[in-house]
Design a protein around this ligand. Structure first.
Ligand SMILES: Cc1cc2nc3c(=O)[nH]c(=O)nc-3n(C[C@H](O)[C@H](O)[C@H](O)COP(=O)(O)OP(=O)(O)OC[C@H]3O[C@@H](n4cnc5c(N)ncnc54)[C@H](O)[C@@H]3O)c2cc1C
Length: 399
């Protein structure tokens, strides 16, 4: 565990540390600094600001690791009900480029029950090696056994880089593994590359509410871990007949123990297509004016065979469930056609949809920022235009 302490004999009561603390965690008592551990995040800003070396910060992790012992790029391949999720193929596509730049192997990691055949197929998606742990307790995702197994694999085989989907499962799993293995982890990356000289993973992601793109490195930690959202990277192509070396690992029963018991997995019921997979998305924002008007979007989506998306404002107003939210704190989508209805086009929304092939924006404000990225813009009222589009598409498509 990391720790911090004030060396009272060196503290002069200058208050530099109080001013430097971004979390308001330091106050003075009897001309000596006192740290409120309930507020302190151990960021180290105070230790850097102190001119008298009166603050001692000990980082977690013990002796430095031999970073050169770590090699290969791993992709954690998520499966649900035995089916490998498409995010895994996207990561294998990106992982291939990174592994080639590093001159190492691309390895897939597959945990599940009865996954041998699926493991064989990962070679066709570019994996050179597949680490397979097959056990009934791994059939459906559970935090504890999945974490325990992945930590064991990391400790034994020492990967240089691990990529994982920024899905509910990926986020829950990889943060646990990162803590247990003292790894560097960057969430929700939108771009990955390699600094070939330093062998560093360059992890680019939006920061400060999407206003800047930050490239993050983890020079002192291995593995370097990154999560990537669905649909940000291109899927690895299928190379029929290509094979991978399968490394099957078995672990003692206690590795699979869990303090929680999985009773049931309940799929969310939705009448239209899942937005992550949809080729066409009809999305609504605050400009739709109310929950009842989302029925207009559903009708249009149905005629087009698409899904309904939403801005955060619409989700916050309880007009549609969170699973439909597009954007920084929702889903990233990349459909062939995105129709934005009554959405202003704030950066946090754009982050989630700007790589759509064709963007149509409908907004009554001709200066709405969404028009800057739209392929086609229609200035007008959604209540008139959406039903008109539905009528016309129904006529043209004969539906
Ligand atoms: C940390 C953070 C994360 C966020 N994450 C997300 C996210 O994931 N997704 C997201 O969407 N937002 C997110 N937001 C919120 C984001 O900043 C915006 O507030 C939000 O996207 C605005 O939603 P909106 O466009 O529906 O509403 P508004 O900005 O209110 O825009 C409504 C638009 O509708 C138009 N309009 C009104 N009536 C009509 C009509 N009758 N016909 C046609 N047009 C009409 C208006 O001209 C206006 O342009 C986040 C914010 C923060 C700070």
């Amino acid at each position: 565990m990391a720790s911090i302490k004030i060396l009272l004999d060196k503290c002069t009561g200058c208050t530099l540390c109080v001013k430097s603390c971004p979390f308001g965690a330091i106050h003075m008592a009897e001309r000596k600094a006192v740290i409120d551990m309930a507020k302190c995040t151990l960021c180290g800003a105070c230790a850097e600001a102190c001119k008298f070396a009166a603050i001692e910060l000990e980082k977690a992790g013990g002796p430095a690791k031999d970073l050169s012992a770590y090699k290969d790029v791993w992709v954690f391949c998520e499966q649900k009900k035995g089916v490998i999720q498409s995010i895994s193929f996207e990561l294998l596509g990106e992982g291939r480029k990174l592994a080639d730049k590093l001159g190492v192997k691309l390895c897939a990691v597959l945990l599940g029950g009865g996954m041998e055949d699926a493991a064989e197929k990962l070679g066709e998606r570019g994996a050179d090696k597949v680490y397979l742990v097959d056990h009934p307790a791994l059939k459906a995702y559970q935090d504890e056994p999945y974490t325990a197994v992945l930590v064991k694999l990391v400790e034994e085989f020492k990967p240089e880089v691990i990529l994982c989907g920024a899905s509910t499962i990926g986020r829950s799993l990889i943060s646990r593994v990162a803590i247990k293995t003292s790894a560097g982890l960057t969430a929700d990356c939108t771009g990955l590359d390699i600094d070939e000289k330093e062998r560093l993973l360059l992890q680019t992601r939006p920061a400060f509410g999407g206003n800047i793109m930050a490239t993050i490195i983890a020079p002192d930690h291995r593995p370097q871990m990154a999560t990537v959202r669905h649909k940000v990277m291109k899927e690895a192509p299928v190379q029929p007949g290509r094979t991978a070396e399968i490394v099957s690992k078995a672990y003692p029963e206690e590795t699979f123990a869990s303090r929680t018991r999985l009773l049931n997995v309940v799929e969310e019921l939705t009448s239209t297509v899942n937005i992550s997979e949809a080729d066409i998305i009809v999305s609504g924002g605050r400009g739709m004016g109310g929950k009842e008007n989302f029925a207009l979007l559903e009708e249009l989506a149905k005629v087009l065979g698409g899904a309904v998306g939403a801005s955060r404002s619409a989700v916050d107003a309880d007009w549609i469930p969170y699973s439909h939210q597009v954007g920084q704190t929702g889903k990233t989508v990349c459909p062939k056609l995105y129709i934005a209805c009554g959405i202003s086009g704030q950066i946090q929304h754009l982050i989630g949809m700007q790589s759509s092939k064709v963007i149509v924006a409908i907004n009554k404000d001709p200066d709405a920022p969404i028009f800057k990225i739209a392929t086609y813009g229609i200035v007008g009222d959604v209540n008139e235009l959406v039903p008109a589009l539905t009528r016309e598409f129904r006529r043209v498509l004969n539906k």
